[in-house]
Design a protein around this ligand. Structure first.
Ligand code: GTP
Ligand code: MG
Length: 306
C-alpha cells in the first residue's frame, strides 16, 4: 500500500473524487496534495477525523507528544484536548512571528500556564523565522520518538518540514494532513498527526504579525468587527488581537442596545478562530454572535509593555 508523501492518504487510481486519487501509482503525491503544493488550489475539504478517535490513536502510541498551537488559538476546547493526551508532552506555541513586538513573551507564557493550569513545559517557536527550532530539535533528539499533535492549521506539518527538511503538504485549507505520517531521520521518529477540528467563528490563517488595535469606547459608540458588533456599557479601553484580515470600524450607536454579559477588568473576550479582545475595566457588553463562539478569561497579555 503506497501512501501520499504529502498527506498520508493511501494512493489509489480508481475514484477521482475520493482521497488519495492519483492518475498514476508511480506518483508520490495524491492529486489533492499536488494541487495544494503547486497551485495553492481550492480542493476538497478532505476527511475530518473525529477528535476523540485521534486522541485515542495518540494515547495508544508511546511517543512524546508536542501539542502545537499559536497565541491566537488558546481557549478551553484547545486546552481540554491538550489535557486529554496522556503521553508525556509539552505545549508548543508556534508562529511566534505573529506575536506583536510589544508583547512580553515570558509574561505571555507564564499567564497561559497559570490561567489554564498547564503543568508541563512550554516553548515558543516559529517555522517562519526559525525561533527556538534548535531547542525543539534537541527535544526531538533526546526523546527519540516524537508526535506532533494539535488543531488543524496549527502549523504541525510546517514545523516538521522546518526541522528535517521534509516535504509534507502545508496549506491554509483545513484537514491538510489526512493520516498519521511517520518519518525516520537519524535515529529519531517524528510523527505528524491529522489536526483536531474545533467549532470556530472563522477558520483563517493570519499572514503577518498581528497589529494590536486599541479603541476607547463609551456607550455612544460600538465596534463593527467583520460581521459582528461589539459595544461596552461603561467607558473602556479595548485592545484587539485579531487575525489581521478582519475589518474593524468604530461607529455611533443609533438604537438602544441590550448589554448582557459582564466582563471583569483585565479580561479577554476570546472569539474562537479569530483571536481575542482585552478589556481594561469591568463592563457589560453587547455582542451579536452565537455564545458558542466566544468565552471570557483573565487576560493572557498581562498589560506589561516593553
Ligand atoms: N506566520 C506563520 N505561519 C505559519 C507558521 N507555521 C505554519 N504557518 C501557516 O499555517 C498554515 C497551516 O500550516 P500547516 O503546517 O499545514 O498546519 P497543520 O497543523 O499541519 O494543519 P493540518 O494538517 O490541517 O492539521 C499554513 O498556511 C502555514 O503557512 C509560522 O511559524 N508562522
Ligand atoms: Mg498538517
Amino acid at each position: 500500500m503506497k501512501k501520499c508523501l504529502g498527506c498520508g492518504s493511501v494512493l489509489q487510481t480508481t475514484s477521482k473524487d475520493e482521497l488519495g486519487y492519483t492518475p498514476k501509482l508511480e506518483n508520490d503525491l495524491c492529486m489533492r496534495c499536488f494541487k495544494l503544493k503547486h497551485y495553492g488550489a481550492l480542493v476538497s475539504k478532505g476527511k475530518t477525523q473525529d477528535n476523540q478517535s485521534i486522541i485515542n490513536k495518540i494515547n495508544h502510541k508511546k511517543s512524546f507528544a508536542l501539542f502545537i498551537t499559536d497565541f491566537l488559538n488558546i481557549y478551553d476546547e484547545i486546552i481540554t484536548t491538550y489535557k486529554k493526551i496522556k503521553n508525556p508532552k509539552m505545549l508548543i506555541i508556534t508562529k511566534s512571528d505573529l506575536i506583536p513586538k510589544n508583547i512580553k513573551v515570558n509574561t505571555l507564557l507564564n499567564n497561559i500556564k497559570d490561567i489554564y493550569d498547564i503543568k508541563e513545559e512550554m516553548l515558543l517557536v516559529s517555522s517562519n523565522n526559525k525561533e527556538n527550532l534548535r531547542k525543539l530539535e534537541n527535544i526531538c533528539l533526546e526523546k527519540k520518538d516524537v508526535l506532533f499533535a494539535g488543531f488543524t492549521n496549527a502549523g504541525k506539518s510546517s514545523l516538521i518540514n522546518a526541522l528535517v527538511g521534509s516535504d509534507i503538504t502545508v496549506s491554509k485549507t483545513i484537514n491538510t494532513t489526512q493520516e498519521f505520517i511517520s518519518l525516520h531521520v537519524t535515529g529519531v521518529s517524528l510523527t505528524d498527526a491529522p489536526g483536531f477540528i474545533a467549532n470556530t467563528y472563522q477558520s483563517d490563517v493570519p499572514s503577518k504579525t498581528i497589529r494590536p488595535l486599541s479603541y476607547q469606547l463609551s456607550n455612544k459608540y460600538y465596534l463593527k468587527i467583520g460581521n459582528f458588533n461589539l459595544a461596552s456599557a461603561a467607558d473602556n479601553n479595548l485592545t484587539l488581537y485579531l487575525n489581521n484580515n478582519i475589518h474593524v470600524e468604530k461607529r455611533r450607536i443609533k438604537e438602544n442596545l441590550e448589554y448582557g454579559m459582564i466582563i471583569p477588568s483585565r479580561h479577554d473576550l476570546v472569539i474562537k478562530g479569530l483571536g481575542f479582545i482585552t478589556f481594561s475595566k469591568i463592563t457589560k457588553i453587547y455582542i451579536d454572535i452565537d455564545p458558542e463562539y466566544y468565552e471570557i478569561r483573565p487576560t493572557i497579555i498581562g498589560g506589561y509593555y516593553e
